[in-house]
Write a protein that binds this ligand. Structure first.
Ligand code: ATP
Ligand code: MG
Length: 284
């Protein structure tokens, strides 16, 4: 066992809705796999912190800035005026400009397609959601002629994706399209309970989070699928180059789903979040 000086500190936001339940699954699996990470947990406050002008505390932002790695559960912005969206505040304050969203068919879980393997890169801080639009993809593409660059109009892209998702390897998307297209891609492989992401930002910050939201319809019922957040945590391990631990956890998740004995309701099973988590730990 590692002494505390060997441990890597990472920020954890359990978040809202199903967030605390699925964050708990990640903590359990990481513990069982003896991942050398010490979580620094931060919760969203009950009132506006004047230093961030949002419900996010200044301390929690400082924690991410210091640790440079973290895992974030879904955050629901309280309805009402006078404060910024929590997700937008995090992205803006930490300049998390790119959200990398891998999406691949899971072996043993049958959907209409069995050969999806693509990554959506969603621009995270500009675009339609924040009133900042200008494009710079072409300039960057010219610098990398070894990467084949193609432009597709969004409506046509949607048609191509549902017709043959194997046509695509990487989709580089502005903010709004990236949000929509990655939900579409999640649907191709079995839904929002499965797709991870990692926000990459200024100064090498990596803040992993599931693509899905806080799922208030199933919150607190022990029904949520923790796969998306766990696979997000795996992207964080890869960022830290802890590849052995990442492989071990990813394989345990994929093998549990492939085996089919324990699956959550979104995948047509009847396992609770905690039973599914236990099955993953058994597969480690
Ligand atoms: P947001 O505005 O935050 O994106 P949303 O309204 O798009 O939220 P989500 O919270 O992403 O909604 O949920 C959409 C649907 O997918 C809901 O029916 C929810 O129950 C389901 N869902 C989302 N995440 C999971 C999960 N991890 N496990 C099971 N079902 C999920
Ligand atoms: Mg959504």
């Amino acid at each position: 066992t590692a002494s505390s000086s060997d441990l890597i500190r990472a920020t954890l936001f359990p978040g809202d809705g199903i967030g605390p339940e699925i964050a708990d699954s990640v903590k359990q699996v990481f513990k069982a796999a003896e991942v050398p990470i010490e979580w620094e947990e931060h919760y969203v406050g009950n009132e506006i912190d004047p230093r961030t002008q949002s419900f996010l505390t200044w301390e929690s932002l400082e924690s991410v800035r210091k640790n440079k790695v973290g895992l974030k559960g879904p955050m629901a912005t309280p309805i009402g005026k006078g404060h910024r969206s929590l997700n937008l505040t995090l992205r803006k304050e930490l300049n998390l400009y790119a959200n990398v969203r891998p999406c691949y068919s899971l072996p043993g879980y049958k959907t209409r397609y069995d050969d999806v393997d693509l990554i959506t890169i969603r621009e995270n801080t500009e675009g339609e959601y924040s009133g900042l639009e200008h494009q710079c993809c072409r300039e960057v593409a010219e610098k990398y002629p070894e990467i084949k660059y193609e432009e597709v109009v969004i409506d046509n892209c949607c048609m191509m994706l549902v017709k043959n998702p194997a046509l695509f390897d990487v989709l580089v998307m502005p903010n709004l399209y990236g949000d929509i297209i990655s939900d579409l891609c999640a649907g191709l492989i079995g839904g929002l309970g499965l797709t991870p992401s990692c926000n990459i930002g200024e100064g090498g910050i990596a803040l992993a989070e599931a693509v899905h939201g806080s799922a208030p319809d199933i919150a607190g019922k022990n029904l949520a699928n923790p796969t998306a957040l766990m696979l997000s945590a795996v992207t964080m391990l890869r960022h830290l180059e802890l590849h052995d631990k990442a492989d071990r956890i990813q394989n345990a998740i994929l093998n549990t789903i492939a085996e089919g004995k324990y699956r959550t309701a979104d995948l047509g099973g009847s396992s609770s979040t905690t039973d599914f988590t236990k099955a993953i730990i058994d597969h480690l």
